[in-house]
Design a protein around this ligand. Sequence first.
Ligand SMILES: Cc1cc2nc3c(=O)[nH]c(=O)nc-3n(C[C@H](O)[C@H](O)[C@H](O)COP(=O)(O)OP(=O)(O)OC[C@H]3O[C@@H](n4cnc5c(N)ncnc54)[C@H](O)[C@@H]3O)c2cc1C
Length: 458
Amino acid sequence: MPNIIDILKQNIGEDVMLPHADIAMRAVSYWDSSPLHAKALLRPTTTLQISKILKLCHEHNQTVIVHGGNTTCVQGTRSTDNDIIISLERMTAITEIDPVTGTAMIEAGAILETVQTTVKAKGLFLPLDLGARGSCTIGGNLATNAGGVNVLRYGMARSMVLGLEAVLPDGTIISSLNKVLKDNAGYDLKQLFIGSEGTLGIITRAVVKLMPLSTTKNTALVALPDFQSVIKLLTYLKANIGTNLSAYEVMWGEYVSAVTQPGAHRAPFKNTYPFYVLFECDGNDPIRDDERFMEVIETVYTKGLIVDAVLPKSENERQALWAIRDDFEPILHPKPVYLYDVSLPISSMDDYVKNVQEQLNRLLPQSKCYVLGHIGDGNLHFFVQPGSSANNTRHLSDCTIYEPLQAYNGSVSAEHGIGHEKKKWLSQTRSAEEIALMKLLKNTLDPRKILNPGVVID
Ligand SMILES: Cc1cc2nc3c(=O)[nH]c(=O)nc-3n(C[C@H](O)[C@H](O)[C@H](O)COP(=O)(O)OP(=O)(O)OC[C@H]3O[C@@H](n4cnc5c(N)ncnc54)[C@H](O)[C@@H]3O)c2cc1C
């Protein structure tokens, strides 16, 4: 009996298959440079090809793992020699940009940054933005319902999608490439696929909403004396800058000191401070917006909410400030480093972070803990360096971060998703009934459990 590889070659053609020797030349993911494992890696160019591949894999009980840009922070693309990988890397077209409806139709493998620059050239703006923009794909962004730096103003990836095309695990194509904002004709099925981490279907195309490009951009990196000031500054900016406030990124002092150590990013201030906020406002009134921004900076300084500020004078200087926030390479060594992405109400954050730090000091006295986050939307990231080679450090660190969250009404995943990594912590955030419904959906759409098996739920 022919094996699945021969069947796929006969039905789809050999050109879709990466030469087997090249699979191990690829890295497991952005975070793990060890060689990739798979039975085969397929690079289809059309939705129809994906449909045929899934139909055959479904018929032959063949497991399939979906690859976008492979920047997953939660091992969402983990594979073995028994799995077939479908990579969207050859489906990258931006097939339509419609300035009248303010929409773009995009194939799922398009790199986020390419989409951002392509629509910008037409005077339009895709509000989705995250540090992995140069590698992550639109399909991966939607499969994970990505967040990023503009959520405060524009919402998560989910809120930017009008239409979606996806292929179910049995090969059925569900194409709903709507371009209108209002569409209440029955269930909003696209939302099933957004944020389901490739467990219910493969996203192949999407229609996203675009905004007019702003004409003003004002950015500041400010230093603050305590966390109360971080909250008061956010409240003040919301009240006085309103919806122009697009980013509010908070960094704890230890994080900024570590990423601006000699040889890393340039330190923005002569002194060090307990907290830093990088905030940005986008608007469309060149005279008034700049003036208003300066007034606000002066007022919050006079009120004592901020104690120092850097205002970039050029795009290069602005990017250097953003690099402090986005490029955390200087704290990724020595390995291992554990990355966490949680959310909780901003009013509880100070208390929670102090508890985590105290507990880590007790359980892992050699550890270092760096904290930052898109906290305007309740999102915190931790980088924990355990500082010990004992084999229970990951478990102790996980317990410290995740266990207290329930008491704060928090979530074990703000934006990265569950993947394989956080599965055992899902019940901290979701009830038994919610998890049972997730399993019911998975069993209904993928009864043979061939698509991204073991991601999110078992
Ligand atoms: C430096 C850095 C910064 C980051 N910052 C942020 C941030 O600010 N906010 C944030 O939300 N995330 C962030 N991430 C995490 C990651 O970039 C996002 O989760 C991103 O959306 C993943 O996109 P991807 O194309 O790389 O998907 P992948 O990593 O390839 O896949 C992610 C998951 O989606 C599935 N998948 C991929 N493509 C498809 C598809 N077409 N159809 C169905 N399923 C699919 C995969 O199987 C996997 O389960 C960051 C990552 C890095 C490395």
